[in-house]
Design a protein around this ligand. Sequence first.
Ligand code: CA
Length: 249
Amino acid sequence: MRVLLVEDEIRLARSYQRNLEDEGHLVEVVHDGETAYQRIMREGDHLDLVIMDVVLPGMSGIDVCRAVRGERVRVPILLLTALDQTEEKVAGLDAGADDYLTKPFPFAELLARMRALARRPHHFDPVGEATQLHIGDLTVDTLRHEALRGNTVIPLTAREFALLEYLARNANRVLTRQQLIDRVWPDGTEAGSNVLDTYIHYLREKIDLGAAVKLLRTVRGVGYMLQSPTDRRHSGNSSHPSSPDGGIN
Ligand code: CA
């Protein structure tokens, strides 16, 4: 992968760079947010991944994220956040980051996240493309506006389907409450946390109730995700993986 690494702590940056290069990745390192923004705007299409610290001199990693997403650049962005900074994680995801990793992390965990991002067919905020999405035995058919668990059709209202489709298009990544509200209630009417919780509850009853494998997961303090059985790295609170491989496959 061609990786842009944004980290202001020089020794840390060197160590990440060396490890990534040992794995065969091409790594460019920059040390501040403004330079990162310029590099992404110039090289975005040729980059496979941006790994970016949140706390940077000048523009923060979150500012950079928001700025490049504002320019419709869709390169995957993995943010490095401080331990237990849930607000930072939410702000980062709201700003358009694809994933986050809490420092310090085992290097194997970074590699696992990179593989997961590379496998993900759609980058941030995808438009159109796949018409049938599969998460475990759940099928979301975006042309027929139909969901099936196994062979059983699940009746859904239009709003429930919109919520499920957005979760399915971003399967295996956490979506924040604000992202879900903005997407499913774009006009702002009836938008609110309580309404979202209610719809998540309906959806959970329809797709997960009685199923051996639950797909719709709550990521405490952050939001929700639809998670395939083969991707269990975000089980519960994802901030501290218990195994170095984070449970990938
Ligand atoms: Ca820093």
